[in-house]
Design a protein around this ligand. Structure first.
Ligand SMILES: NC(=O)c1ccc[n+]([C@@H]2O[C@H](COP(=O)([O-])OP(=O)(O)OC[C@H]3O[C@@H](n4cnc5c(N)ncnc54)[C@H](O)[C@@H]3O)[C@@H](O)[C@H]2O)c1
Ligand SMILES: [Zn+2]
Length: 347
């Protein structure tokens, strides 16, 4: 389902020829319109009529209001069920565009052409679409698979460095939960550049794809993709509440450090692996100051997470580097110890 595009986008053109959609709608944000759309249009050879939609960039756009505007536009365009939606962008565009396409007229076909590292290795794969609602992330959405995912790594060359770092956290996560060799390859690159990442993209995409194929609805093994996200999400949400938003990748790196500590204290992960993991995560992501928040606030936020039930907090833990298991209930004392460990790294 994932196809890497040659420079002439011939695979995309062949796909369009076979699918023969009645119309093509290309969804972009301001940045992908500027940096990625010219390449797409310069290579797309088709007689099929197409329309381009551009929205403002950013998570703030992943709302019901934007979705409603997009449905209005589709009605105005006279879009029918034979149309194809092309999501050209990062996770915001693939989540929002996938949601709009999968609900318009009970669902029209869509493809993802991810343009961020996080989009390529994570958000564009796995068939989760969605929007945020009432300050809750991804609380409304559908499971809907894209017809295809087209990978074009050179899109990464215009991506800001911090966005590259954010996506890199998810790649490291893939190594930790599923493939020690991938982890070793990722941690041996000297600088985080698009060129250094090109040879590693496919492995990360395949790991996500394989996990999702085994468990589409996240009943068991797909949960392991949330490694680092239980604590990471709580801290990310608290920073947001305090008007100090941080990068998702930085939050996930923090979460992976704390959850590595939990894996050791649960007697699952050995100290050597933990040292390797924590040392490399600190090297790439540094240590965030958590002086703005208390442990009680972080614990409170975790209990509210939609993935937890009845006040217990469930964790994904590492059994060894390259293998994770899920649904571990961990005591508050151990969580407090992991947070204390992280706070001490900063001093
Ligand atoms: N569906 C899933 O399984 C899944 C998984 C992980 C994350 N997500 C979602 O993904 C979103 C985050 O994705 P993201 O980090 O890609 O954010 P994003 O889509 O907001 O992109 C980040 C920034 O990069 C810009 N950009 C995109 N491509 C560019 C390019 N090639 N050159 C220059 N600038 C470019 C964007 O305009 C934006 O400003 C969140 O909403 C998250 O909930 C979904
Ligand atoms: Zn993530």
């Amino acid at each position: 389902m994932i196809t890497q595009l040659d420079n002439d986008f011939s695979q995309l053109n062949r796909f369009l020829e076979e699918l023969k959609p009645t119309q093509i709608i290309i969804l972009t944000d301001e940045n992908t319109h500027e940096f990625c759309l010219p390449t797409l249009l310069g290579n797309m050879e088709t007689e099929i009529p197409f329309e381009i939609i551009e929205i403002d960039p950013g998570e703030e756009m992943k709302t019901l209001e934007t979705a409603a505007q997009l449905w209005d536009i589709l009605i105005e365009f006279g879009t029918d069920r034979g149309a194809l939606f092309i999501n050209l962008g990062g996770g915001v565009i693939t989540d929002l565009g996938g949601f709009v396409a999968s609900t318009y007229k009970r669902g029209i076909s869509f493809i993802n052409i991810p343009t961020t590292l996080l989009g390529m290795c994570d958000a564009s794969i796995g068939g989760k679409t969605g929007i945020d609602h009432q300050f809750l992330k991804n609380v409304i959405g559908t499971f809907a698979r894209p017809e295809k995912i087209f990978l074009y790594p050179p899109f990464l060359t215009t991506l800001p460095q911090e966005q590259l770092r954010s996506g890199f956290a998810e790649m490291l996560k893939h190594g930790l939960i599923a493939d020690a060799q991938h982890w070793a390859a990722l941690t041996s690159i000297s600088a985080l550049t698009p060129e250094a990442l090109y040879p590693l993209l496919q492995t990360s995409m395949m790991i996500k794809q394989e996990v999702v194929q085994q468990d589409f609805k996240e009943i068991n093994i797909r949960k392991t993709l949330n490694f680092g996200h239980t604590i990471g999400h709580a801290v990310e949400s608290l920073f947001l509440q305090k008007n100090e938003p941080i990068l998702h990748g930085d939050a996930v790196a923090l979460g992976m450090i704390c959850e590595t500590v939990l894996s050791v204290s649960a007697g699952r992960l050995n100290e050597n692996d933990a040292e390797n993991i924590i040392g490399n995560l600190v090297r790439y992501f540094g240590v965030l100051s958590l002086s703005l928040m208390t442990d009680d606030e972080i614990l409170g936020m975790m209990k509210n997470d939609k993935k937890n039930t009845e006040g217990t907090i469930k964790f994904i833990l590492l059994d060894h580097l390259g293998q994770a298991s899920f649904d571990h209930i961990v005591s508050q004392e151990k969580i407090r110890y992991a947070l204390h460990y992280y706070r001490e790294l900063a001093v």
